[in-house]
Write a protein that binds this ligand. Sequence first.
Ligand SMILES: [Ca+2]
Ligand SMILES: [Ca+2]
Length: 167
Amino acid sequence: MVWDHFTLKVLENKGDGKFDVASELNQIYASKGIDYGALDGIRVADVNGVVVKELYIAGTEPENTVFIVTGISDVSKITADDVKELIHLPRKAGGKLRSMYIADSDHDGKADLIIAGKRNGRIYDVEYNGSGDPADSTNWTVNVAFDIWDYNGFSPDSSVTLTPRLF
Ligand SMILES: [Ca+2]
Ligand SMILES: [Ca+2]
């Protein structure tokens, strides 16, 4: 995903080091003026066990948005309308989401999105509740697995300045 108002390009490996652009969405947030990008925050997984995998994107902008694309069996057919804002993670400080991994960190059979919240100073654990449409935010539970402000006893408003960069 390119850092240009949510520009998404899907590259297909043609072998011999060659790639084709299978699909691209260009600047779909330009009209809203939000320069969404993502670094190591894009994952494909099937959290609900209903065959087709979902695409998850943790956006790197202060809105703390996690996006989802569902119901796509042919990546060349993705359109801007397929990109949904799944959840806006609660902020304590500056926002921005960075790397994301999908795993079942507590081994309860329900997938977790483990997200590093850069300026948030937090690590989020967003867990799928185990049933229902993964594109519906009510089917997820947001947990804060780590909070640097709680850890060190400072407040974002204190005179001690912290600029967390959790990647
Ligand atoms: Ca699925
Ligand atoms: Ca779990």
